[in-house]
Design a protein around this ligand. Structure first.
Ligand SMILES: Nc1nc2c(c(=O)[nH]1)N[C@H]1C(S)=C(S)[C@@H](COP(=O)(O)O)O[C@H]1N2
Ligand SMILES: [Mo]
Length: 310
């Protein structure tokens, strides 16, 4: 984001779908071994018992090919096609531990499948708006973040929640150099943002387990904020009293605010945010305040100057 602008998604597929599918059946095996019931919904539905939800944007869904081959995942390279080429096979999404710590009554370390087991999986079709001014519509599968966090009993000093991506240069090759980026990738939310019903933990998309390039095995989705807030491949969640440092905000605070709510009236210093390019569409469309989720989230920012707190 800091180095180069978005380019158009290539028309040709770099990773054949067969590679992704065989990878997927490995993960289905992992789910089965973890004791999760298998679905009877047919060969293409890897995740069991996914309920529909009320959180479905009535807009054309971006194709699976584009969602899985036009990615930002800098741990695998800065080009949009690199995560799909480099993450499958390198990133090992299972077994996977998620650590919860900080200002809470019940910290601990959990296997990722146990971490979400108490919540029912649901599908949510959300708009996804990158700060680079492109967007998609993505059918995620996962669980609402708030109820998961509540289980750890955050205390009154828990004012923010900090999230951290895996640090393992063996699995994430770009992490072997810290010359530009202070790995691991970190992000954060204010606690009331994290508890908002829209905040989501995704473990799948299009009914399947999450592909490595989209942040397997578990990633955040905060659809009213620019995409970089939706941190991938999470290994640690910490309840903290002070606003936590986050990767993009630390690198370029004048360009990437801590809040980073989608806002057509606050331009990036180097480009306008008034319009966006929906992947798969020809004409640019207007950017929506809070990415179209104002009804659900505007109240979080009542009285705040959104130009200062961008
Ligand atoms: N760990 C990590 N998380 C990340 C990123 C990243 O580079 N590393 N990129 C972010 C950005 S800029 C965007 S737009 C989204 C892209 O998610 P997608 O590739 O699933 O569309 O992931 C976000 N989460
Ligand atoms: Mo992004």
């Amino acid at each position: 984001m800091i180095i180069r602008q978005a380019s158009d998604p290539g028309g040709s597929e770099i990773t054949p779908r067969s590679t992704y599918l065989s990878r997927r059946s490995l993960m289905v095996g992992a789910l089965a071994m973890a004791g999760l019931p298998m679905t009877g919904r047919g060969a293409d539905a890897a995740l069991p018992n996914v309920a529909e939800s009320g959180f479905v944007v009535n807009e054309t869904r971006t194709s699976l090919e584009n969602i899985t081959h036009y990615n930002n995942f800098y741990e695998f390279g800065m080009d949009k096609d690199q995560p799909a080429k480099r993450a499958p096979g390198r990133l090992k999404p299972r077994p996977w531990a998620v650590k919860v710590e900080g200002e809470c009554g019940k910290p601990g370390t959990f296997d990722v499948d146990d971490f979400i087991r108490q919540s029912a999986l649901e599908e949510r079709v959300y708009r996804h708006r990158c700060v680079e001014a492109w967007s998609m519509v993505i059918p995620w599968v996962g669980v609402p973040l708030g109820p998961v966090l509540q289980r750890f009993e955050p205390n009154s000093r828990a004012k923010f929640v900090a999230f951290q991506t895996l640090f393992d240069p063996e699995q994430m090759p770009e992490e072997s150099s810290r010359l530009i980026y202070p790995w691991p990738y970190t992000e954060g939310l204010r606690i009331d943002e994290a508890m908002n019903p829209l905040a989501f933990l995704a473990v799948g998309l299009y009914g399947d387990v999450l592909p490595p390039q989209n942040g397997a095995p578990i990633r955040l989705v905060v659809p009213w904020k620019y995409g970089f807030k939706s941190i991938k491949s999470i290994v640690a969640i910490r309840f903290v009293e002070q606003q936590p440092p986050t990767l993009w905000n630390s690198l370029a605070p004048g360009e990437y605010g801590f809040y980073s709510n989608v806002n057509p009236t606050v331009d990036h210093p180097r480009w306008s945010q008034a319009k966006e390019r929906r992947i798969g569409e020809f004409l640019r469309r207007p950017t929506l305040m809070f990415n179209g989720y104002g009804e659900q989230v505007a109240g979080l920012y009542a009285g705040m100057d959104l130009k200062k707190n961008f």
